[in-house]
Ligand binder design. Structure first.
Ligand code: PMP
Length: 329
């Protein structure tokens, strides 16, 4: 697949007229999305579109049913961080929901790198989406013959630097992490309503993030991050079977802890274990590694980011800025 040759920034005139007369006013009356990138180019199925023209069908089952998968990926200093791991997880999600990604991993890598190059960024965030594609209004995926691949590159600043220095607060919400026997949280699917509902509850409680328990009442994860606690020098995180995503940043923490000779134990734990932990932090591609200093109104440790957490954060920053798949030759 040649991504550069396929660059299409202008739609054909005939189609443009129809677009302006019919679809455009409805779209324009809503807030404009923004990647934060000047003259951003968005990849859809082998072609590049301007932000205003990057559109998918209302019959795409990604929209109608949340039927699809995605990855959030970061690039730092001209290199994509842990790209192979993200693609591995994407392909695993696809296999789990019987979705055929319409390109090879090598082609996906090329498309992704080319999209970043087209947007002239050295640091940023990539949203890689594969939808089931266009079907009819029935939910049967057999109607959808051509899955769509979308790659959006954006600038990112999720949390203000203060959060990394001072830590954030979390609250446990009533919405439980979806049971792996229904919608498995290990699949990074487009169906994020479970997380969105938890986030709404977190917002209503004025917390920085919402913590979700599983059906057994054990800690699963936050709405977009994995959770870790530290007690007596050991690091604990819920196992994937507790309803946690196999986070890429989570796995980086395992690597860093190995370097530091600190044990990471995957074990079920409860809110109580967070309350009495010495330290706590969250991990996610967008959030990176961020200390937690308050849970359900209780201060964790002395209410300040802990020393082991800060060592891990420092090593993580070093890794993100010095390793990864080069974007430019
Ligand atoms: N849990 C959920 C529900 C997520 O959406 C994410 C990704 N933002 C994570 C955990 C963290 O995973 P990763 O480190 O791979 O970004």
């Amino acid at each position: 697949m040649k991504t550069t040759d396929a660059t299409v920034l202008e739609e054909p005139k005939a189609r443009r007229r129809a677009t302006e007369e019919t679809i455009e006013p409805a779209i324009e009356s809503r807030p404009r999305p923004s990647t934060g990138v000047r003259e951003a180019k968005i990849y859809i199925d082998g072609k590049f579109y301007s932000e205003a023209n990057a559109k998918v069908s209302v019959f795409d089952h990604g929209l109608l049913y949340g039927d699809g998968i995605f990855e959030g990926i970061r690039f730092y200093n001209g290199r994509v961080f842990r790209l192979e791991q993200h693609l591995e997880r994407l392909w695993n999600s696809a296999r789990s929901i019987c979705l055929d990604i319409p390109m090879t991993r090598q082609e996906m890598t090329e498309a992704l790198l080319e999209t970043i190059r087209q947007n002239h960024l050295r640091d940023g965030y990539i949203r890689l989406v594969v939808t089931r594609g266009v079907g009819n209004l029935g939910l049967n995926p057999e109607q959808c013959k051509n899955p769509s691949v979308i790659i959006i590159v954006a600038t990112i600043a999720l949390y203000h630097e203060d959060f990394y220095r001072k830590g954030l607060s979390i609250v446990t919400v009533a919405t439980r992490r979806s049971n792996p026997a229904s919608l498995n949280p290990a699949v990074k699917s487009l169906n994020y309503l479970n997380n969105v509902m938890a986030r709404i509850e977190g917002n209503l409680a004025s917390a920085d993030e919402a913590l979700m328990l599983n059906d057994a009442g054990n800690v699963a994860e936050c709405t977009a991050d994995n959770i870790f606690i530290i007690k007596h020098g050991q690091i604990f995180t819920p196992p994937i079977t507790a309803g946690a995503l196999q986070g890429i940043t989570r796995s980086v923490v395992f690597d860093i802890a190995g370097e530091f000779d600190i044990k990471v134990i995957e074990a079920d734990f409860t809110r109580h274990d967070i309350f009495v932990a010495d330290e706590c932090f969250l991990t996610g591609t967008a959030a990176e590694i961020v200390p937690v200093v308050k849970a359900d109104g209780r201060l964790i440790g002395d209410g300040k980011p802990g020393p082991i957490t800060m060592r891990i954060v420092a090593r993580f920053r070093d890794m993100t800025h010095n390793t990864g798949t080069p974007i430019f030759d």
